[in-house]
Design a protein around this ligand. Structure first.
Ligand code: CMC
Length: 432
């Protein structure tokens, strides 16, 4: 017999019939109503566009409490990881579930380091793109193209091959991202260096030129590493759900990651960091802030404050706290007195005091600050979302791996509320 306390009863008021559904509990966080038999029992679908109340899967990777501002990977809170860990260790944690001991970390680090080069043939893909192509459009193409290089060696039902695919992605996406940047500015491609850390190697491949030595600034390398940690995973957001949905048909994992990159590109998701800088340009100066705050509040005006608000964080974004500090460190180290920072701080101050933003719990999110740091380091705005994609690759592939390893894994297949015409006869052209 089902324990009545762990069920939910739904009554169809048209027929008066009641149906009982089990309630499932996770380790922490809201419980879920298991409605898998809802259609079979009631003949109806549930309706939840935008998935505001729907858990699409079970996952042990990332926990978010949007009201308390908590983000944790495998139980470890993001602030602590950003302070004490490093990106590769967080990658290990997401992929394997535990923090590594020294031997495991060394082996993982060695494997990632030795997969950083990409097939020489991949360079020719770049030459097919216009130099002014948006870097995200190139990333969708070249990451998807990895499937052409590794399709035969990627049996997704073999755990070893899944692991190699994951390592290849974590290792090669920074190389592809740096090649994308180099191609856009017409500089020679720079090969990876195995003696550098993950973040240092990425900075080197991006900013070094063959004609002179490149010195790595440790403050910048540390900020880069923190940006990667803060973007590593974020539960079932649009791009991760896209990767899971694409992967649920058992498609090639490299192609699935390319689908995640496509989804991330939009300004409502990963494209927001680029949109923040464009918005600051549009606002222009501190005096114009009140006018733009009014525009953001006007429902007839499409303008929104980019870098504000979040679907799940309704108090503050814990990533934004770390990013805010890192932002100040980088600007101080580089001695940059960027008027955009003053503008951003004024915008933050006024918005946080405004009733409209308080009522709707709209706070600066991670992208509000990350754009300013990336600009200070020297990345063009069009590269910002590429860096997000680079960092999120580990989240996508870990979630993909978790899904494939789920024993009862099914292809994702949502239903719909059909609102089109009823069935009708074909009308020949002379009668239309
Ligand atoms: N500026 C002005 N008003 C806003 C904003 C904003 N940035 N965000 C939400 N609102 C208002 C919205 O108009 C609505 O008002 P009302 O209730 O009067 O109709 C209310 O707040 C709720 O907004 P919503 O669109 O229903 O909220 P959502 O959960 O669907 O959207 C969001 C979340 C992130 C898409 C949205 O806040 C937004 O567009 N923000 C700006 C873009 C941005 O910074 N995105 C990056 C998110 S962080 C990176 C990531 O994790 O991907």
């Amino acid at each position: 017999m089902t324990d009545k306390k762990n069920t939910v009863t739904v009554t169809d008021n048209a027929s008066g019939k009641s149906y009982e559904f089990p309630v499932l509990g996770g380790s922490i966080g809201p419980k879920v109503v298991d409605i898998r038999s809802f259609y079979a029992d009631t003949g109806m679908f549930t309706y939840d566009p935008g998935f505001t109340s729907t858990a699409s899967c079970e996952s042990g990777l990332t926990y978010i409490d949007g009201f308390e501002g908590v983000l944790a990977h495998r139980g470890y809170q993001i602030g602590e990881l950003a302070e004490k860990s490093n990106y590769l260790e967080v990658c290990y944690l997401l992929l394997y579930g535990e923090l590594p001991n020294k031997a495991a970390m060394d082996a993982f680090s060695d494997s990632i380091t030795h997969h950083t080069m990409v097939h020489e043939q991949l360079q020719y893909f770049y030459r097919g793109f216009r130099r002014d192509a948006h870097p995200m459009s190139i990333m969708v193409g070249v990451v998807g193209a990895l499937s052409a290089f590794y399709h035969d060696s990627t049996d997704i039902h073999d755990p070893k091959q899944r692991e190699i695919a994951a390592h290849r992605l974590i290792a090669k996406v920074p190389t592809l991202a740096a090649l994308t940047y180099k191609y856009s500015i017409g500089q020679p491609f720079v090969y990876p260096r195995n003696d550098l850390t993950y973040a240092e190697n990425f900075l080197y491949m991006t900013f070094a030129v063959p004609s002179e030595p490149y010195e790595i600034n440790p403050v910048i390398a540390d900020a880069m590493d923190k940006i990667f940690i803060l973007h590593a995973d974020h539960e079932q957001n649009a791009s991760t759900s896209t990767v899971r949905l694409a992967g649920s048909s058992q498609a090639n994992p490299f192609a699935c990651i390319a689908s995640g990159i496509a989804s991330l590109w939009g300004p409502a998701h990963g494209g927001a960091n680029e949109a923040v800088l464009k918005m600051l340009d549009q606002i222009g100066s501190v005096e114009n802030v009140p006018k733009f705050i009014e525009k953001a509040k006007d429902k007839d005006d499409p303008f929104r404050l980019m870098g504000f608000g979040h679907r799940v964080y309704k108090n503050y974004d814990p990533r934004a706290e770390v990013m805010r500090k890192s932002c100040h460190d980088v600007l101080k180290e580089l001695d940059i007195k960027d008027p955009k920072l003053a503008l951003a701080m004024e915008l933050e101050r006024i918005a946080l005091e405004d009733e409209y933003f308080i009522e709707r719990k709209l706070f600066p999110n991670v992208d509000f600050y990350s754009g300013i740091i990336l600009k200070a380091i020297g990345f063009p705005t069009s590269m910002f979302t590429v860096l997000f994609a680079l960092a999120r690759t580990v989240g996508w592939i870990s979630q993909w791996k978790e899904m494939i390893e789920e024993p009862k894994q099914k292809i994702g297949r949502p239903r719909q509320l059909y609102t089109g015409p009823e069935l009708r006869d074909y009308v020949s052209m002379d009668k239309r």
